[in-house]
Design a protein around this ligand. Structure first.
Ligand code: ZN
Length: 160
């Protein structure tokens, strides 16, 4: 396992639509291991493969609603249901020092495959629902900054 360099938003990899994973092999396990290590070494709650330059539909999130926090691997994920909406502050490891308010569902259900290719569903509220949406958007080549309604002064985020 190794830490990978997180690309920032001007990198073209972040605006490409990623291809589905079809092979659940050692190479995928290596990628997932590296994404997990890189996420845990950062202050983020989610990291998608295109953020390290790999254009595949793989993302790793930290479910902070669990105690202890749980790393969840999402392969070929889709948001299949969502409810509510809330205007929440958001940031991204690929946009250092950029924060803004976006509208996100308060609850979302995701369908994804695990590292062995088994499909599962998982629900999340609040930050977890927000994270599901944010990460799936990365896999379609979109950054949260495209949907920011109001940018937040980085100084204000530091005080929280
Ligand atoms: Zn992001």
């Amino acid at each position: 396992m190794a830490l990978r360099t997180i690309l920032t938003q001007e990198d073209p990899a972040l605006s490409k639509k990623c291809r589905p994973v079809t092979k659940f092999d050692d190479r995928l396990k290596q990628l997932v291991g590296d994404l997990t290590d890189t996420l845990l070494a950062s202050s983020g709650v989610g990291l998608a493969a295109p953020q390290v330059g790999v254009l595949r539909r793989v993302t790793v999130i930290l479910d902070i609603s669990k105690e202890p926090e749980e790393v969840v691997v999402l392969i070929n994920p889709e948001v299949i249901d969502q409810r509510g909406s809330d205007r929440v502050p958001e940031g991204c490891l690929s946009a250092p020092n950029v924060w803004g308010y976006v509208t996100r569902p308060t609850w979302a259900k995701i369908r994804a495959q695990d590292i062995n290719g088994n499909w599962f569903e998982r629900e999340g509220e609040g930050t977890v629902a927000q994270c599901f949406c944010h990460e799936v958007e990365h896999l379609d080549g979109h950054m949260f900054t495209e949907k920011v309604e109001e940018f937040i002064d980085p100084e204000d985020m530091k005080q929280e």
